[in-house]
Design a protein around this ligand. Structure first.
Ligand code: NDP
Length: 386
């Protein structure tokens, strides 16, 4: 029998379950590239329920316990006496979501003597030290595609919110005001702007497709070019590198994984080459940006706005400068954990667990690390390009 340690974000302050706004979710048959949705043998939850917090347990607890496995669900993940640290030593499986990441550092992995698999219920496994997982032969898997469209929609929302300056206008209404001049002093149309996408993978490409109808001029860079017919249909201008991309756009959106190559990429030097008054929306990983450089660029006016929803560390401390910097539209890492996305990644996590527990292969598209090497999606996205 296995010990499964599940690290999830805390329940709603008013308790679990919350009152739901809707009664059902739309049924999606396939992901845009044809990949099938998760195929577990069964699910023990109703799609649309809050599954990502402790009491939701990703809909896995009843099923795992019925098979005799030992299950620990906790939100306590930081600090020396966290439940995560206490329970890790004899855990066979650790599951966490990027929104509330169980940081599996080399030190923690060294103590996790029985750990066989770390599952990301979501996308982005940079909270696991992948070289250390490779060295220790630990499998790392995530639910590829589960929330890519969720993040793409959030990106479009944040682009519009920044360019139109929506958030201060909403606040004027809430505060009982009506000064239209104040409300529009920083408000522009997106139409006609140059919009650049850094990394056109599943999310980046979905953002390009969703922004094309706004009659913007679309640009992108990636390690590999999109097919010529996609470039033609969407009217894309390809740039060889991010340096060329950022110089030529008004709005930059960021969708690369966090790797040694992308860490700290948006620094003072790169930001200084952008058009004055550019906007950045980065729902990929906070650490792709130099935290203080973003604050400086907003304060000087070099950037007109910054939004995204991934921070480092998470949860962000109360005095994190991104909470109070001017002209930001940050959210607390929610883009990929809509109730819609939760249903998909809970089912995908169960599919991965069913395969792992029965000794069956895990789909290559879910694999990041296996057998002491990058594998599947990980071999493509996390390994360095030759
Ligand atoms: P994909 O793997 O589909 O796309 C990532 C893209 O990044 C690929 O096209 C890859 O290139 C490209 N890339 C990798 N490194 C570089 C580099 N150094 N320079 C340029 N391009 C690079 O992943 P997704 O689109 O599904 O997700 C992207 C990221 O978004 C995730 O890694 C995760 O960090 C983040 N994310 C955030 C979520 C949230 O809730 N905020 C939820 C889901 C994901 P190629 O394939 O051509 O080699």
């Amino acid at each position: 029998m296995a010990k499964v340690l599940i690290v999830l974000y805390p329940d709603p302050e008013a308790g679990h379950p919350p009152a739901y706004a809707r009664d059902s979710l739309p049924v999606i048959e396939r992901y845009p590239n044809g990949q099938t949705l998760p195929t577990p043998s069964a699910i023990d939850f109703t799609p649309g329920e809050l599954l990502g917090s402790v009491s939701g347990g990703l809909g896995l607890v009843k099923w795992l316990e019925s098979l005799g496995h030992d299950v620990v669900v906790t939100d306590s993940k930081d600090g020396a006496d966290s439940v995560l640290d206490r329970e890790l030593a004899d855990a066979d499986v650790v599951i966490s979501q990027p929104f509330w990441p169980a940081y599996l550092t080399p030190e923690r992995l060294a103590k996790a003597e029985k750990l066989q698999i770390a599952i990301t219920a979501g996308i982005g496994s940079d909270h696991v030290d992948l070289p250390a997982a490779i060295e220790k032969g630990i499998t790392v898997a995530e639910v590829t595609y589960c929330n890519s469209i969720s993040v793409a929609e959030h990106t479009v929302m944040q682009v519009l919110a920044l360019v139109r300056d929506y958030i201060p206008q909403y606040q004027i209404v809430v505060d009982g005001g009506w000064n239209i001049a104040d409300a529009v002093t920083r408000s522009y149309d997106l139409e006609g702007m140059d919009v650049g996408v850094f990394a056109a993978g599943r999310i980046g490409r979905a953002v390009l497709e969703r922004l094309a109808p706004f009659d913007v001029r679309l640009h992108y860079t990636d390690r590999y070019r999109l097919p010529a017919e996609v470039e033609e249909t969407l009217g894309l201008t390809f740039h060889e590198d991010i340096q060329s991309l950022v110089k030529n756009v008004d709005v930059l959106t960021v969708h690369a994984p966090l790797t040694a190559e992308t860490h700290g990429l948006l620094d003072d030097e790169l930001l200084s080459t952008m058009r004055r008054g550019s906007y950045i929306v980065n729902p990929a990983r906070g650490a792709i940006a130099d935290q203080d450089a973003i604050v400086r660029a907003l304060e000087s006016g070099q950037l007109a706005g910054y939004a995204g929803d991934v921070w480092y560390p998470q949860p962000a401390p109360a005095d994190h400068p991104w909470r109070t910097m001017p002209h930001h539209g940050m959210t607390p890492h929610t883009s990929g954990t809509t109730l819609t996305a939760q249903a998909r990644y809970a089912a995908g996590t169960r599919e991965i667990l069913e395969n792992f527990l029965s000794g069956q292969p895990i789909r290559p598209e879910y694999l990041i690390v296996e057998g002491g090497a990058y594998a599947g999606t990980g071999a493509h996205s996390y390994a360095k390009k030759d």
